[in-house]
Design a binder for this molecule. Structure first.
Ligand code: NAP
Length: 249
């Protein structure tokens, strides 16, 4: 990958761009004039997203190193990396933990962030104004009943992000983590293995954040001047004050 000098337009790579926060972020960044390279596994969704001017889509499975290698070969420059791909599986107590589910959560949330960050770091440094924005979660800050593997994985994401920030001190790369609370996306449907009633109960009687609320926060973080690093940001709905304290009418 060779990087041409910066011309004004920044190229942003967004993972997990086929739905929810990632899709909204790709659309917002493109609308703000960034060139976007978007990845995810569902190519039908990517094909629809790629109809938007300024967005190029490339298939990506962040849990598969071969897929990551193919994806990053298609990235000709990278000024911004939005590590968004991720999710939760189930709400089992630790005593009932499904080891395979924990491994899958670590693979997508933690190792997925690691694979993309490691692959694109040379390009981010070569940018002269690189930026890594990782989507964590309130689960990265606060343990909750049934949080199990997702809490552990997102806490690991937070540790990785803070270590990266320390290790890049002095390099022209900013490192940020945005931690959303309840956002209504496909997240809960996936967490409950397609059970839409269980997913709907997560947001019942309250007004959750939208994917676009977080996309707007990502865009704001990305558009700060080069000397300003937004280290972390917790974004909650007015109806939520902590992981398990939610006002429902
Ligand atoms: P979502 O609608 O389910 O979107 C998840 C995205 O990740 C999809 O585009 C999915 O695309 C992609 N993805 C999943 N596994 C992948 C893989 N192996 N390789 C590449 N892409 C993969 O959920 P969301 O709410 O937007 O979630 C985005 C991020 O926000 C996640 O990191 C999540 O943990 C975090 N978050 C969500 C909430 C919330 O309440 N919704 C709160 C805090 C944090 P494909 O399936 O097409 O690959």
């Amino acid at each position: 990958m060779s990087q041409t000098p910066r011309t004004g337009t920044r190229t942003a790579v967004v993972t997990g761009a086929s739905s929810g926060i990632g899709r909204a972020t790709a659309l917002r960044l493109a609308a703000a004039g960034h060139r976007v390279i978007a990845g995810a596994r569902r190519t039908d969704r990517l094909a629809e997203l790629a109809r938007t001017p300024g967005i190029v889509c490339v298939p990506l499975d962040v849990t598969d190193q071969t897929s990551v290698d193919r994806f990053t070969e298609a990235v000709d420059r990278c000024d911004v990396l939005v590590n968004n791909a991720g999710g939760a599986i189930g709400t089992d107590a630790v005593a009932d933990a499904d080891i395979a589910a924990w491994q899958a959560m670590f693979d997508v949330n933690v190792l997925g962030v690691l694979r993309l960050t490691k692959a694109l770091l040379p390009a981010l440094i070569a940018s002269g104004d690189g930026q890594v924005v990782t989507i964590g979660s309130i689960a990265a800050r606060e343990p909750y009943r049934g949080g199990g593997g997702y809490n552990a994985a997102k806490h690991a994401v937070a540790a990785l992000t803070r270590v990266l920030r320390i290790e890049l001190l002095g390099a022209p790369v900013r490192v940020s983590q945005i931690d959303p609370g309840l956002v209504e996306t496909e997240f809960s449907v996936n967490r409950f293995a397609g059970d839409t009633d269980a997913a709907a109960r997560v947001y019942a009687g309250m007004t959750p954040l939208t994917a676009d609320d977080i996309a707007e926060a990502v865009t704001w973080v990305v558009e700060r001047p080069a000397h300003v690093n937004i280290d972390s940001m917790l974004v909650l709905a007015r109806d939520q004050t902590s992981a398990q304290v939610v006002h429902r009418s």
